[in-house]
Design a protein around this ligand. Structure first.
Ligand SMILES: O=C1O[C@H](COP(=O)(O)O)[C@@H](O)[C@H](O)[C@H]1O
Length: 276
């Protein structure tokens, strides 16, 4: 299975921080700034969230910053939250990325900061869709309703989806991003914004997933990874050293945004990066 790095995207820059806290605080500050600035020239700003330890820690850091009240924040009525991947589980299940993100940040933004509930766009639950393929199709339709006229230019034609100011990504110890796992068919899906995965590796949680595709990731203005902990060191080094001609073994190598790709890595996860 030959999956090439999309060379029409931005090459990764690597920023190294002391620890997870420093990584997540830096991303949180930048996120508020980027969303605020985007809304100076646009009427809406879209962001794609991720799950996992570092992804949810970023949202907690945003909540802390907003709660302190001494930083500029975007007009939350104009910000839309989406997800790059999700587990096909019942609504409210503790393992859903949505549940964790609501708990970490979104419930507070709705209750205290004017974020309209309808600006939160969770991926389908197992009540909504019986199978990941159906869930992926439902989410593609939701994305389509926020697409600019003519769609967004992607590597394999235009995609009907909003342009994300930022797509946040965690990186799994196996090098997965969103629910794009090494060696899976989902890596080969082109020309679609989403796809289903019905066989996620057992050790990484529930098997049924809905995920955005590489093509979707590549349309985002900025792709920011949050990578922390020594269990991510090998995946980070492999991704950043990957052969551009075949990255099917390390999907994170193709975590690239249209204009900017930044890897935010703590010292533990950066342990093997000197080989770059
Ligand atoms: O399965 C998932 O894992 C990745 C990485 O999570 P982490 O806990 O290893 O940082 C996450 O980004 C993704 O959203 C999640 O569904």
């Amino acid at each position: 299975m030959g999956i090439r790095i999309n060379t029409h995207t931005a090459d990764p820059q690597v920023e190294i921080f002391e620890d997870r806290r420093a990584v997540t605080e830096a991303i949180a500050e930048k996120l508020l700034r980027v969303l605020t600035e985007a809304l100076e020239t646009r009427t809406t700003a879209h962001i794609s969230l991720t799950g996992g330890g570092a992804g949810i820690a970023v949202l907690k850091a945003v909540k802390d910053l907003v709660g302190r009240g001494n930083t500029s924040v975007p007009d939350w009525t104009a910000v839309h939250f989406w997800w790059g991947d999700e587990r096909l589980l019942p609504r409210g299940d503790a393992e859903r990325n949505e549940t964790q993100a609501r708990d970490a940040l979104l419930d507070t933004l709705v209750a205290d900061h004017g974020l309209p509930e309808q600006n939160i766009h969770p991926m389908p639950t197992s009540e909504d869709a019986a199978h990941p393929t159906a869930g992926a199709e439902m989410y593609a339709q939701a994305l389509e309703s926020f697409a600019p006229e003519g769609g967004v230019p992607g590597p394999h034609g235009n995609l009907n989806m909003p342009v994300f100011e930022v797509m946040l990504l965690g990186v799994g110890p196996d090098g997965h991003i969103n629910s794009l796992f090494p060696g899976k068919e989902s890596l080969t899906v082109v020309g679609h914004s989403t796809t289903g995965e019905d066989d996620a590796p057992q050790e990484l949680g529930p098997p049924l997933r809905v995920t955005m595709t590489f093509d979707s990731i590549h349309t985002a203005r900025r792709v920011w990874t949050a990578v922390t902990g020594s269990d991510k060191a090998e995946a980070a080094a492999q991704a950043l050293n990957a052969d551009p001609k075949d990255v099917s073994g390390v999907p994170a190598a193709n975590a690239r945004g249209a204009h900017e790709t930044i890897w935010h890595v703590d010292h533990a996860a950066a342990e093997q990066l000197q080989q770059r």
